[in-house]
Design a protein around this ligand. Structure first.
Ligand code: ATP
Ligand code: SF4
Ligand code: MG
Length: 361
């Protein structure tokens, strides 16, 4: 049974307790100075379409880094592959191909035992706390479950840890005796956050953690996540449908469309100077409080094409208001336009553009 980590434990202690050999501790300590916590390269996840030779190209060649201590917002319309990408990082689902490194360790090559260790450092919070927390278990047992699975602490220590975690997420420690149906949506999501924190993780993939909550409660949970990030030096991948939700929490933002990242930049830069027409359209939908500064709303025509059969060339071309003929031919990769700001569009800077044509089906 392993020692239960307390607030006083340093990162080094945490690493020592989770690494079985001297060399892995040395390796881990070296990694602390590395600003990149997660490195994702050319990640693909294709789901077979039953009874056909086809695939849903849910994630189709995605490359990005998550820096230690930052919040990377991952944004895009429903079905664009955000959750699939997040789950592939944790290997909750197996990527079709591509590389994922966590603190320099190859996640995709890990065996069961190594992966189990890694899961302590990488946690996930789901969109719907009602669906993700077992209604037949008391909240205290739900939060303690990761400690039980990883055999950390005895029962008394686990109870103390749960009480402490409940306090950290703004809930009364006495709530540990209650069942999930006795909680409000906001309280349940706080419990989900407490459970994710139980093992002192470094990375939390927050998959639409506030989408199922009342607007009035959303800000509270976002603020809680920010406070916890400061206190524990957490790193977040924060997944959301809309740019409005991630605006205040993100250090950087990646915009996804049909399985690809089409733009990635520091949050401020992306909101002030969006380069990709898709990002511009998403941003134009966010109301600005000052009536004198309204953006012109870009209404995207047509539905999102299916990930089973994406358009040739640029995948956004069937809805892009400034598409030209070359867009059907050229599949532009992400390229850095200014330091730290990359976009995948042939009409962003440096392209001898022909007059825009109407978007084609
Ligand atoms: N297990 C699965 N089997 C087959 N197809 C899947 C599976 N999981 C996801 N998909 C498909 O992969 C694509 C991406 O799904 P994903 O859930 O990652 O999107 P998302 O961006 O998270 O959407 P949302 O915003 O609605 O949560 C969708 O077309 C979806 O239907
Ligand atoms: S490459 Fe063409 S279709 Fe794609 S976003 Fe740029 S202009 Fe639009
Ligand atoms: Mg999702």
């Amino acid at each position: 049974m392993q020692k239960l980590l307390t607030t006083e434990d340093t990162e080094e202690t945490a690493l020592n307790s989770s690494s079985s050999s001297v060399s892995s501790v040395v390796n881990a300590n070296n990694q602390i100075n590395n600003p990149t916590l997660v490195r994702v390269r050319e990640l693909y996840k294709h789901f077979p379409v039953e009874g056909t030779g086809d695939f849903w190209r849910a994630v189709d060649g995605v490359t990005f880094d998550i820096k230690r201590g930052e919040t990377l917002g991952l944004v895009g319309e429903s079905g664009c592959g955000k959750s699939t990408a997040g789950r592939c990082l944790l290997r909750l689902i197996e990527p079709t191909r591509g590389d994922v490194e966590f603190e320099g360790r190859d996640v995709t090559a890990m065996g069961k035992r190594e992966l189990r260790e890694l899961r302590r450092a990488m946690q996930i919070i789901f969109q719907d706390p009602n669906a993700s927390l077992n209604p037949r278990m008391k909240i205290g047992d739900i939060i303690a479950e990761p400690l039980v699975i990883h055999k950390i602490g005895n029962r008394k220590e686990q109870r103390e840890r749960v009480a402490w975690l409940l306090g950290k997420v703004g809930l009364d420690p006495d709530y540990m005796k209650r069942y999930s149906h006795e909680f409000s949506g906001g309280q349940l999501q706080r419990s989900g956050v407490a459970r994710a924190l139980a093992l002192n993780p470094k990375l939390i993939v927050a998959d639409e953690p506030v989408s199922a909550l009342d607007v009035s409660v959303q800000a509270q949970v976002v603020n809680l996540l920010q406070d916890l990030q400061k206190e524990f030096g957490l790193t977040y991948l924060f997944i959301s449908h809309g740019l409005a939700v991630v605006e205040h929490i993100s250090t950087r933002v990646a915009v996804m469309y049909l399985g690809r990242i089409v733009e990635i930049a520091d949050a401020k830069d992306l909101y002030l100077n969006p380069l990709h027409p898709y990002t511009q359209a998403l941003l134009s939908a966010i109301p600005i409080p000052d009536p004198k500064e309204q953006r012109e709303r870009v209404i995207l025509k047509g539905d999102v094409p299916t990930a089973r059969n994406p358009p040739s060339g640029c995948r956004f071309r069937t809805r892009c208001p400034i598409a030209i003929d070359d867009c059907a031919r050229i599949d532009q990769e992400l390229r850095e336009i200014s330091p730290g700001h990359s976009a995948a569009c042939i009409r962003v800077e440096g392209y001898a553009s022909a007059p825009p044509s109407e978007a084609r089906p």
